[in-house]
Design a protein around this ligand. Structure first.
Ligand code: GLU
Length: 284
């Protein structure tokens, strides 16, 4: 049975791009008589807000979307992520990193705005040196890739993808302030919720290489991926709050009909794949 999911982070309000993504995931499951599950990605305790959770659930209901089973909250699953991390620790595939953001920014070269690839400063550090000082846990990517062997995943648009997680360097799996990073939590949870088909934006395409690696290391099933283009405005700019795009909650409060909006996004998605004219159609 097909199982899809929507997995928003409650760090802000949902916008049209989120709506298009949620609808795509929802409809893919419903068309196939499958299940659509909802997960709130709230491991970031400093940026997640309970009021955003309530708004997200109201927005989805307003769009006419229904989900199956209880809503899963990542903040309640920290022990599960710790157990997954323990398996990687036991294999020597992760290491403690004591670097601050500023240190990493100073030592790494990255194109402006891009997340820098970690230069590996703490890899190979004797654990006795700094012990339990505040630290994150990073994957030793070269060792992990060697342990996992070649990794393939399938995307409905891109086809067969040969994963290249090395390109992303030693990513963080557990943060100083959180038991898991996005990469670890999302991979563990998609498996735990039985997700067979992951529908999400193209901005997470490269992250899938890391998730595929973690699936191999943690003996988790490999879902099919459907990375969709991001919703853009008529100038091709990504729709996000910073461009002044309205939040779904604003449209709802203004008396808009969420089901009509959802149908407009469906039509736009079919003809344009969420492209520029898709947004124009959604506005009309
Ligand atoms: N929580 C992530 C976000 O809101 C999405 C995770 C995913 O779809 O894999 O950007």
């Amino acid at each position: 049975m097909i199982v899809t999911r929507f997995a928003p982070s409650p760090t802000g309000r949902l916008h049209l791009g989120h709506a298009a993504s949620a609808i795509a995931a929802h409809d893919r499951a419903r068309r196939a008589g499958g299940r659509f599950v909802l997960r709130i990605e709230d491991i970031d305790g400093t940026r997640s807000r309970a009021e955003h959770v309530a708004t997200i659930l109201d927005d989805l209901a307003w769009l006419g979307l229904t989900w199956d089973g209880p809503v899963v909250f990542q903040s309640q699953r920290l022990a599960t992520y710790a157990a997954a991390l323990d398996r990687l620790k036991a294999r020597g595939l992760v290491y403690r990193c004591y670097c601050t953001r500023a240190e990493i920014a100073a030592s790494a070269s990255a194109p402006h705005g891009a997340v820098p690839v970690y230069p590996g400063t703490c890899r190979g550090l004797d654990p006795a040196t700094r012990g339990h000082d505040p630290h994150s846990w990073r994957i030793d990517m070269a060792a992990a890739v060697a342990a996992a062997g070649p990794l393939i995943w399938q995307d409905s648009t891109a086809g067969r993808v040969v994963a290249d997680p090395l390109a992303q360097g030693d990513v963080v799996l557990a943060r100083k302030d959180a038991a898991a990073s996005y990469h670890l939590a999302v991979t563990v949870d998609d498996a735990a919720q039985g997700v067979t088909d992951i529908v999400r934006g193209l901005d997470l395409f490269a992250a899938t290489d890391v998730h595929r690696l973690l699936q191999a290391l943690l003996d988790l099933p490999v879902p099919a991926y459907h990375h969709h283009p991001l919703l853009t405005d008529d100038q091709g700019r990504r729709l996000a709050k910073r461009h002044g795009a309205p939040a779904l909650a604003d449209l709802r409060a203004a008396g808009g009909d969420g089901r009509v909006l959802a149908d407009a996004l469906r039509t736009a998605g079919q003809t344009t794949g969420f492209g520029p004219s898709g947004f124009s159609a959604a506005k009309a």
